[in-house]
Design a protein around this ligand. Structure first.
Ligand code: DQA
Length: 147
């Protein structure tokens, strides 16, 4: 079971970035928790963080050749990247959208995800746990599809 994990812009600054909202866990620490959990539940994980929309899109295209599912935190691209939404639709892999914060309880502009219609569903508001829940969901979806 192979999963591509994508993190979009500014997530590399986790820990220093608006800690009142995103917490003090660094991106490194977050990744370690995610990697450990993935291993525990039998997921082979490849992960990429990029501050560039095109790099995220390239990775989505390439995932078509090897991945079973995509877990993506598009950062602020969530709210306006039709290009990322289109890429997810194009590859037709099941995708799960993840957010550390509850985007529905913040600024008005964060309540809209243009990426969500290209995904199976969204998990938001649980901090690092959002990613772990998303991996669980990815595993369940892929296994269902194989039954
Ligand atoms: C975020 C929420 C987005 O609105 C914001 O632009 C981010 C992080 C989250 O994980 O809570 O960069 O995706």
């Amino acid at each position: 079971l192979r999963v591509l994990l994508l993190n979009g812009p500014n997530l590399n600054l986790l820990g220093q970035r608006e800690p009142d909202i995103y917490g003090t866990m660094t991106f490194e620490e977050l990744n370690k928790r995610i990697r450990d959990y993935a291993k525990e539940i039998g997921i082979e994980l490849k992960s990429l963080q990029s501050n560039h929309e095109g790099a995220l899109i390239d990775a989505i295209h390439e995932a078509a050749d090897w991945a079973d599912a995509i877990v993506i935190n598009p950062g602020a691209y969530t709210h306006y990247s039709y290009a990322i939404a289109d890429a997810l639709k194009a590859v037709r892999l099941p995708a799960i959208e993840v957010h550390l914060s509850n985007i529905h309880a913040r600024d008005e502009f964060r309540r809209t995800s243009v990426v969500a219609p290209a995904t199976v569903g969204q998990i938001a508001g649980f901090g690092a746990m959002s990613y772990l829940l998303a991996l669980q969901a990815a595993k369940a979806i892929v296994q269902q599809g194989r039954e």
